[in-house]
Ligand binder design. Structure first.
Ligand SMILES: *Cc1c(COP(=O)(O)O)cnc(C)c1O
Length: 333
């Protein structure tokens, strides 16, 4: 297996030193229930307990710390309504860098408030993500701001990869890891770290059935457009970019298997996380548990599942854990 890109242990180790002061080393806990089901020890990496509620803080912090003095002076811009926006806003404020997050008019108020609460300026433009991107491009070209992308960037991938180094120290006999996949920065970084240290580790990616962009691109053998659909795993939505430079090649080279989980399986996993593990996890963060509970991943040897995020609407969470049949898909395909 070839390591396709230039992000490896050197970059990830550097990122780890750089971000050590700002991020939490998140705990790992054994799940007795999942271990019994799987017949192997199953460890949960509680990254939804990271500051800002997701691992995105790692990559964003690394990206902000790698800015030149001139770039720091001009500030950063992001286009994200979710966890990347929160992480970037926090990382920028923490380092005294101006941050503008662009989003469309259609974004719900609670998401806007979540990002404002981390100290970013929010700029609301147009009625789609594309309109927000146009404003971000303008801020780059006219005001010299630096765009920090959510996944396809070496600093981001190296930042997310720090989870892999932590995990191997916490579970030295690790043999299988299950990681959620959207744009692929998370799994690319973690797989690069793990396989550099322990080449035989099996890395399994999980996405939702509805709009599994990376999965479709791997099948097509190149980045392709994939329609975004409403799903409980909303943080896993969106494409990988037709001009993808890093994550597609890394995922293709480093990830051993990809599985897809249904809306029902995701809901079940959110419920399991709450009732069996005492963890509040968003749909995207629970997809790894869904992959195991559904039997779609059969782990061999000590296994880790990453709980990647915890930012879920509390009303939605309450309905799911109460056993309600929640359908966010609008009854569509
Ligand atoms: C962004 C995100 C992912 C996927 O990360 P990628 O690097 O885009 O693959 C998984 N889980 C949560 C909670 C996220 O916010």
């Amino acid at each position: 297996m070839t390591a396709p890109a230039s992000i490896g242990l050197a970059e990830i180790g550097k990122a780890r030193n750089a971000i050590a002061d700002t991020i939490l080393t998140t705990p790992v806990s054994v799940s007795p229930e999942l271990s019994a089901r799987a017949g192997v020890p199953v460890h949960l990496k509680l990254e939804h307990q990271q500051i800002t509620g997701s691992f995105k803080l790692r990559g964003a912090t690394n990206a902000v710390l790698n800015l030149s003095d001139e770039q720091r002076g001009c500030g950063v811009v992001g286009v994200s309504t979710g966890n990347h926006g929160r992480g970037l806003a926090y990382a920028a404020r923490r380092n005294g860098v101006r941050c503008i997050i662009c989003m469309s008019e259609l974004v719900p108020q609670n998401k806007i408030d979540g990002i404002k609460a981390q100290g970013a300026e929010v700029r609301i433009v147009g009625r789609s993500q594309d309109d927000a991107q146009v404003e971000a491009d303008r801020l780059m070209s006219e005001e010299g701001m630096t765009m920090v992308p959510p996944f396809d960037h070496p600093d981001i991938i190296a930042g997310q990869g720090t989870i892999g180094l932590e995990l191997l120290e916490q579970v030295p006999d690790l043999e299988t890891v299950i990681i959620q996949v959207s744009g692929g920065g998370l799994i690319a970084g973690i797989a690069a770290a793990l396989k550099a240290r322990k080449p035989d580790i099996r890395v399994v990616g999980v996405s939702m059935e509805r709009g599994a962009a990376m999965y479709e691109c791997l099948k097509a053998g190149k980045p392709v457009l994939v329609e975004e659909l409403p799903t409980l795993a909303d943080s896993l939505g969106g494409g990988i970019g037709l001009d993808n430079r890093y994550t597609f090649a890394m995922v293709r080279g480093l990830v051993d298997d990809m599985v897809l989980v249904s809306e029902l399986e995701i809901a079940q996993a959110i419920r399991h996380a709450y009732w069996q593990e005492c963890q509040i996890v968003e749909g995207s963060g629970a997809a790894g548990i869904a992959a195991l509970l559904s039997g779609k991943v059969r782990p061999s040897g000590p296994t880790a599942i990453l709980l990647s995020g915890g930012n879920i609407d509390m009303e939605l969470h309450h309905r799911i854990i109460s056993g309600e049949d929640v359908d966010v898909t609008g009854g569509g395909e």
